[in-house]
Every structure is written in structure tokens, then in C-alpha cells.
Design a binder for this molecule. Structure first.
Ligand code: F58
Length: 840
């Protein structure tokens, strides 16, 4: 054994091999008790459930560490090309269950805990999830990290270690109330601080020109303050391989513990307060989804993490290379939306000012390494920074952006002479009373690849949002349709269904989701069908229990579970579903003996705290819920539930219990959507518009297995061009009118006719998202849903076919496409350090 581990020479090291890396049930049990005692300071008698969770987490972490260090050693030795994923958000979800699964210890952990009369799932529930993201964009980054490691691609994720993640939502009197997310308060076993890789980030000040010894004109940035970044590393284990990649999140620290100048003058409190000011940079995640808020602190966050990351990347590169000749061969930088796009100017600054690389060479390198993913079609979500604010914070970067722009626009003028309109649209600077830096333009100019996240989205980028850039560089544009990880969103969240799959088709689907297609041949197998139905029923019963516990509402597990969970935004049209519910309510009030398919409507999602209309929609849904649930005539058939604090953990409970997934955004607005994929993978049917990835989902599952309704993106565009008047729909549609009138009359607000007025006015006078225009088509489509659900055998077939045909939507497929088409990166398998560390 010593031969196999030349670096382990002592007797003690063999002990460590056993208790810190051993994979069998007996070793795990011993390690667990040891960690409980020596890290938590408890024995089994005294341990709280949280102590038990911590002890198990440390036990798993120990087993990751060896693989982690070894992976990094292999990457270093082979001087691999690595993918650096830059994202302001990672919505990771709980770590313990995922780590157990990926490292292959889930069953062993369950077994030894069971012997001790402990339940693994209960322990997993103790974990406070790291909610370091808002929604789809942040969760996508987390799925991509999982897939990169599972595909053995050398990668590092860079981001921000927010001290407060996405706020905790509670519902009081039907309104959203926000509380700070103090996720770190009981400690975090999943991170390792690396103060030795501290970096300094400068802010403010001015620039000065000078002539260097070689007679060359150069610029130096004289900053007026700086902040330190400490990296915290999170292990990202691949699924059942020996790869463990790193997620490196930066935390801000003051440069000096004392501001000496102030301290000398005796103002101790001020000195400490200044320190706190620096640390504010990584204090809190901005809670906006699909809107942009031009706050200085937000730009500080972006620059802070990007500068830390680039300095870190360069430090590691230079430890193996003496110039930048092969930088672009060893590194590729993917920017997750424009939030890290300041990196383009920062890399130029580092190369040109700090490493004295010539501008042209530096620009060539920069363009080769950066690639940009766009995630939105909403123009109000595009980032633009006022030039004045930008210049105060980052004076040198503003100069660099002006220089990039000057050279870029010269090129454009050459290709399109006398086309000043085009120049104005392409410019990195938006002119006007308040000049602004357009970050999407910077991202397009500074990247070699630009991608959208679903086919329609990419087409609309080319045709509309980024049309001028497409005209310049069509070859830069590619589509990479989003995907989701089947490990977390099937194996971990729906263990019964996962087991059924594995029993019938083996386990290959976990590494190659296309294999899930093999269950299609079982669609007529009675045993398989009844097992499938049984699992869905069980999952619905579990969710019903949760609802009873948290909402004190009793729901019928036999009813159709009709679910819309996602961030609240007008374009996502939660109101359309609410209007359907009110329509059913009206019908039942009119005709009490009406026989309708019983449904349980489940909503969940947060609103940006400053988004008044979205908050009013939440209040409206809760108000409808109250009226519906407390009316015995109606609540025999219908229940409406709003689940508070929708997050990744709750999502994992919800997807497996869903019959009908609501994907009803206005066509042309949702870039992709990813919950649509997670629902369908778990056997839900979709009611949806031709928007985002819905289109591709429908193509894959087949039109017969998808409930389609509504205007297409083109029709939306045409209707608006013709002049859309929502009032016409109100006037001509009796049922729609009845819905509006009942709300207007205070039917859901205890007679208060003002409460929901802003909501109704926005629909009657603008209806930007065409709720009225799509209302009738939606109601009709829901009728087809009800008909289909009456025929349980038909529904069951459709459910199976939906899962069976979701292979394409694995994030493994997305990552393979990025690797092949954008990154040119290859897998680097990591061999186990010793056979002993492999699971039995
Ligand atoms: C989402 N964007 C898209 N942005 O809306 C969704 O269609 C897509 O599936 C998903 O990205 C992944 O591609 C999104 O979540 C944000 O949350 C930003 C956070 C930072 C401020 C601007 C919005």
C-alpha cells in the first residue's frame, strides 16, 4: 500500500486513508461519529439534527478532498486548457445529497444512518441552501458546473460569495414580505477559504500618462481606494467519476485593518466603519430577475469579482508560462450574460498596462478568450451604465472602452460608409442627455462567440436585439439550447422514478440522458405503467402533506396538480392562470352542479422587492386562493395554494408531483425557460406557448403530447404593430368581462374596489403582455387538458412519453455543444489515485 501512495510515508497516513477516505459502511459510520465529536463537539445524545447534518457533510467532504486535490494536480501537471465560467450568480441548491450521489456514497450513508435509527433525508433537510442567484440564470450556472465535472472537462467557476443570498419570502395577509437570507449563520462545511490567494482590486481615482524607459507612452491608474478579495472554494464533484472541479467565490475584505490616517487622528470608529464599507461589496445579492437597476454598488460587485478572477487566472497561467503567447490556448472565458462583461476592459487593462502587451496583441487575445451568452429579450433588462458613474468608479476602464469603441467604429465606417444610424446603434456608448455604456455591445465586440439559450431566442437576437452585430459578424452567432442536470432534477429529487428507470433500463441514463428514450418501449407494459402511476401518486401525496403542514390547506392528491412556479414577472403571465381560476370559479357559482375535473392550483415564486406590479399579482393570487378555498361549493373541486419561499429545495419537491406544467409566457419574451424541462423530465405535461425552449420541447415530445395555445412571436409582433387594443377583448368576450368585473367589484378584496385597480388598469389600458389577447385560446386549451385528464390511461401514456423524450434537455448536451462549438475544450479524465477510494 505504501508503494501506491509514495507521498504517504507514515503509519498515521494510513489511518487517514481509512477514516477520511474509506468508502465502506463501517468506516463511514466511524468517521461520522468522529466528526460529530471533534468538529461539532457533540455525542449522539446531545446532537441536534443540524449537528448530525454537519457531521455527515464533513464526512462526505473528506472523501471529496482527496479527489479534488488530485484533480487539480492532474490539471496542473498536464497544463490543460480550462473553461473559466464567469457568473454573478450560482443558484446551487443543497450540497449534501448531490455530493453523496456524485461521489457514490448515497446508499452507504443511508445504510449506516439507518442502523443508527437516523434518516438520511431528514439530515439533508437540515441544510440551508446557498441561494446565490435569482432564478434561471443562476440555476443554469449551477447545472453547467455539474455537467462540466461530470463530463471531465477542466473548468473553474468564478463568482461572488454573497453574505446574504436571495431573500427569504414569507406571505403575510397575502402580501410578499422579505427577510434577509442569513445562510452562513451556522457555518458552511462546503467551502474552504483560501486567504493565501488574496487579490487586490482598485477603485476610483484618475489616470496618468507617462513615457516608459523604452520611450513608449503608457497609462497608469492612480486609484483612490482598494478592496481585497478572498477566494472561498467549493468542490464540484462529477457524477461517479474522479473529477472534482472548483467553484471559486470571492468575498470582499478591507485592505487594512486600520485606516492609519484616521486612526492617528483618533477616530477609531470611523476607521472601523470604513472597513465595513469595503466589505459591503459582497454583502448582498441584488434581487432583480429580468430587470436592470443601475446601482453603483452593483457595478462594484461586478468589477470586484471579475478583477479578482482575471488576476487569479493570470497568476495561475504565469506560474507555467513566461509570456501570453499561449494564453488563449489555455484559457477560455464564458460570460454568463453581461454582468461580467467589464472583464473585457479589465483583461485589456491588465495586459496593456500591467503586463505591457501591445494593444493589438492584447485585443487579439481578449477576443479569442471571451464568449458571451445572452439570457434576455427584454430591452429593459439590458445593462447600461451612466458614463459619469462608470468613469468615477473605473476611470481607466472607461478610457479603454472609448479606445475599443473608436477602433471598432472606424472599422464599421469602412464597411458601411455613411451609415450614421448604424454607427449610433452599434456604438458602445449611447449618446443623449445622459450618456451610457452599453454592456451588451461591449460583450459582442469583445467576444468571438455570442449565443442565445434556445433556438427562437437566438433567432430573435439575430433578427432584433443584436441585429446590427449579426449583420457585422454572422459567424459569431450560435445557439446553445439550455439543459438541466438529471442528477439533481431526477435522481435526487425523484428517487422512486429514478429507481424505476434504473430497474428497467439500467443506470446509463444518468450519464447519457438520451438513454431515457428506452422506456418508450415500455409504454404499453402494464407493470411499468402502474408503477409509473403509483410513483406520481406517491409524489403528489408527499406534496399534499407539505401543503397541509405549511399552508394548512387540505388538497386532494387525486386532483390534477396544475403548477406554475417561477419568479413573478408580468411577461411570465401568472395572471393568465389566475384568470383561468376565476373563470372556473364564476362557472361554478353560476352552475353549482357543474361537473369539472378537480384541480389543485399551485403557485410559487418571488417578486423583486421593488416590482410593485409583481407584488400585487402575488397578493391577487393569495386573495383568489382565500375566496376559492373557503367557498364550500367551489373548494369541492378547486384548491389554490401559494407556496412561500420558492427555492431550489422546494422546486425539488414540486417537480415530481406535477401533472400540468404552466409555461405560458408571452411568445418572444422568455429566452428559454428551464423549469419547463425539469417538469417534463419528471412526467408532467406542459401547457405552453411557442416561446423559448417550449418550442423544442414540443418538437421532441410530439405535438400530441403538448398542450399548445396562444399567439406566436410573429403574431404578437404583428398585433402590436397593427395597434393592440385590449379593451376590444374585454368588450367582446363575456367570460373575460365577468372575470374583470368580479375583480373590479372587489370580489377578491372584501369589497375593496381599489386594491386591484392598478392591475386591471394595466390590462385594460396597456396589456403589454397580451393576457387578454391570449385569454380565450388559453381557456379552450385548458378544456382540452381537462378532457385528457379524464382519460387517465391516455394521460399516463403522455406522461411517460414526455419523460422518455427529454433526453436532449440534459445540461450535459448543452455543455458538449459549448465545448465543441465555442470552447474547443476536451475531457481530461482523472484516474483514481488509488482503487481504494472508489465506491464499492
Ligand atoms: C433567465 N434569465 C431567462 N436572468 O429569463 C430564462 O428564460 C432562461 O431560461 C434562464 O435565464 C437561463 O438561460 C434570468 O434568470 C436573471 O435572473 C438576471 C439576474 C441579474 C439581473 C438581470 C436578470
Amino acid at each position: 500500500d505504501y508503494q501506491k501512495h509514495p507521498h504517504r510515508t507514515s503509519e498515521a497516513a494510513v489511518q487517514i486513508e481509512d477514516d477520511r477516505t474509506g468508502m465502506n459502511v463501517e468506516t463511514l459510520r466511524r468517521a461520522f461519529l468522529d466528526n460529530l465529536y471533534y468538529i461539532q463537539g457533540k455525542d449522539l445524545q446531545l446532537a441536534t439534527p443540524y449537528d448530525l447534518y454537519m457531521a455527515l457533510s464533513y464526512t462526505v467532504r473528506d472523501r471529496l478532498l482527496q479527489r479534488w486535490l488530485h484533480t487539480q494536480e492532474v490539471y496542473l501537471q498536464q497544463d490543460v486548457r480550462s473553461v473559466c465560467y464567469l457568473s454573478a450568480e450560482y443558484l446551487l441548491g443543497r450540497q449534501l445529497g448531490n455530493a453523496l450521489i456524485n461521489v457514490g456514497l448515497y446508499e452507504q450513508a443511508r445504510a449506516f444512518l439507518k442502523e443508527m435509527n437516523l434518516d438520511l433525508r431528514d439530515l439533508m433537510e437540515q441544510e440551508i441552501e446557498p441561494g446565490l442567484g435569482n432564478g434561471g440564470l443562476g440555476r443554469l450556472a449551477a447545472c453547467f458546473m455539474d455537467s462540466l465535472a461530470s463530463l471531465e472537462i477542466p473548468a473553474i467557476g468564478y463568482g461572488i460569495r454573497y453574505e446574504f443570498g436571495i431573500f427569504a419570502q414569507s406571505i403575510r395577509d397575502g402580501w410578499q414580505v422579505e427577510q434577509p437570507d442569513r445562510w452562513l449563520r451556522y457555518g458552511n462545511p462546503w467551502e474552504i477559504p483560501r486567504p493565501e490567494y488574496l487579490v487586490e482590486v482598485k477603485f476610483g481615482g484618475h489616470t496618468e500618462g507617462y513615457i516608459d524607459p523604452a520611450g513608449q507612452y503608457r497609462v497608469s491608474w492612480v486609484n483612490d481606494r482598494s478592496v481585497l478579495g478572498t477566494p472561498y472554494d467549493y468542490p464540484v464533484p462529477g457524477y461517479r467519476n474522479d473529477t472534482v472541479n472548483t467553484l471559486r467565490l470571492w468575498s470582499a475584505r478591507a485592505t487594512e485593518d486600520f485606516n492609519f490616517q484616521v486612526f492617528d487622528s483618533g477616530d477609531f470608529a470611523r476607521a472601523v466603519a470604513d472597513k465595513t464599507y469595503s466589505e459591503n461589496i459582497t454583502k448582498v445579492l441584488y434581487p432583480n430577475d429580468n430587470t436592470y437597476q443601475g446601482r453603483e454598488l452593483r457595478l462594484e460587485q461586478q468589477y470586484f469579482f471579475v478583477s479578482c478572477s482575471l488576476q487569479d487566472i493570470i497568476r495561475r497561467y504565469l506560474s507555467y508560462h513566461s509570456d501570453f503567447e499561449s494564453f488563449a490556448d489555455k484559457v477560455t472565458l464564458q460570460i454568463n450574460d453581461t454582468h461580467p462583461s467589464i472583464g473585457i476592459a479589465e483583461l485589456m487593462r491588465l495586459l496593456v498596462d500591467e503586463y505591457l502587451v501591445g494593444w493589438d496583441k492584447a485585443w487579439q487575445i481578449t477576443r479569442r478568450v471571451f464568449a458571451y451568452t445572452n439570457h434576455t429579450l427584454l430591452s429593459e433588462a439590458l445593462e447600461r451604465w451612466p458614463v459619469a458613474l462608470f468613469g468615477n468608479l473605473l476611470p481607466r476602464h472607461l478610457e479603454i472602452i472609448y479606445e475599443i469603441n473608436r477602433r471598432f467604429l472606424d472599422e464599421v465606417r469602412e464597411r458601411f460608409p455613411e451609415d450614421e444610424g448604424r454607427i449610433a446603434r452599434l456604438s458602445l456608448i449611447q449618446e443623449g442627455s445622459q450618456k451610457q455604456v452599453r454592456m451588451a455591445n461591449l460583450a459582442c465586440v469583445g467576444s468571438h462567440a455570442i449565443n442565445g439559450v434556445a433556438q427562437l431566442h437566438t433567432e430573435l437576437l439575430k433578427k432584433d436585439v443584436l441585429a446590427d452585430f449579426y449583420a457585422l459578424w454572422p459567424e459569431k452567432f450560435t445557439n446553445v439550447t439550455n439543459g438541466v442536470t438529471p442528477r439533481r432534477f431526477l435522481l435526487l429529487s425523484n428517487p422512486k422514478l429514478a429507481l424505476l428507470l434504473s430497474e428497467r433500463i439500467g443506470q446509463d441514463w444518468l450519464k447519457d440522458l438520451d438513454q431515457i428514450g428506452r422506456i418508450e418501449s415500455l409504454v404499453a407494459d402494464p407493470a411499468f405503467r402502474s408503477a409509473w402511476q403509483q410513483i406520481k401518486d406517491d409524489n403528489k401525496r408527499d406534496l399534499a402533506e407539505y401543503i397541509l403542514q405549511f399552508n394548512q390547506i387540505e388538497v386532494d392528491p387525486d386532483s390534477l396538480f396544475d403548477i406554475q412556479v417561477k419568479r413573478f414577472h408580468e411577461y411570465k403571465r401568472q395572471l393568465l392562470l389566475a384568470f383561468f381560476i376565476v373563470t372556473l370559479y364564476n362557472r361554478l357559482k353560476r352552475q353549482p352542479d357543474l361537473e369539472i375535473v378537480p384541480r389543485t392550483f399551485i403557485f410559487g415564486g418571488k417578486s423583486a422587492p421593488g416590482y410593485a406590479m409583481a407584488k400585487l399579482i402575488i397578493k391577487f393570487i393569495n386573495s383568489v386562493a382565500r375566496v376559492v378555498n373557503s367557498d364550500p361549493q367551489v373548494s369541492r373541486h378547486l384548491k389554490v395554494v401559494f407556496l412561500a419561499n420558492y427555492n431550489v429545495s422546494l422546486a425539488q419537491r414540486i417537480y415530481p408531483a406535477c401533472d400540468l406544467s404552466e409555461q405560458i409566457s408571452t411568445a418572444g419574451k422568455e429566452a428559454s425557460g428551464t423549469s419547463n424541462m425539469k417538469f417534463a423530465l419528471n412526467g408532467a405535461l406542459t401547457i405552453g406557448t411557442l416561446d423559448g425552449a417550449n418550442i423544442e420541447i414540443r418538437e421532441k415530445v410530439g405535438p400530441d403530447n403538448f398542450f399548445l395555445f396562444g399567439l406566436t412571436a410573429q403574431q404578437v409582433y404583428d398585433l402590436k404593430a397593427r395597434g393592440y387594443n385590449p379593451r376590444d377583448y374585454y368588450d367582446s368576450n363575456a367570460e373575460l368581462r365577468e372575470v374583470v368585473d368580479r375583480i373590479s367589484a372587489g370580489g377578491f378584496s372584501g369589497g375593496d374596489t381599489n386594491l386591484f385597480r392598478p392591475l386591471l388598469d394595466s390590462l385594460l389600458y396597456r396589456d403589454d403582455y397580451l393576457v387578454f389577447a391570449d385569454y380565450q385560446a388559453y381557456i379552450d386549451c385548458q378544456e382540452q387538458v381537462s378532457q385528457a385528464f379524464r382519460d387517465r390511461e391516455r394521460w399516463l401514456t403522455m406522461s411517460i412519453l414526455n419523460s422518455a423524450r427529454m433526453g436532449y434537455f440534459s445540461s450535459d448536451r448543452s455543455i458538449r455543444e459549448y465545448s465543441r462549438n465555442i470552447w474547443q475544450s476536451e475531457p481530461v479524465p482523472v484516474e483514481p489515485e488509488s482503487p481504494a477510494i472508489r465506491p464499492a
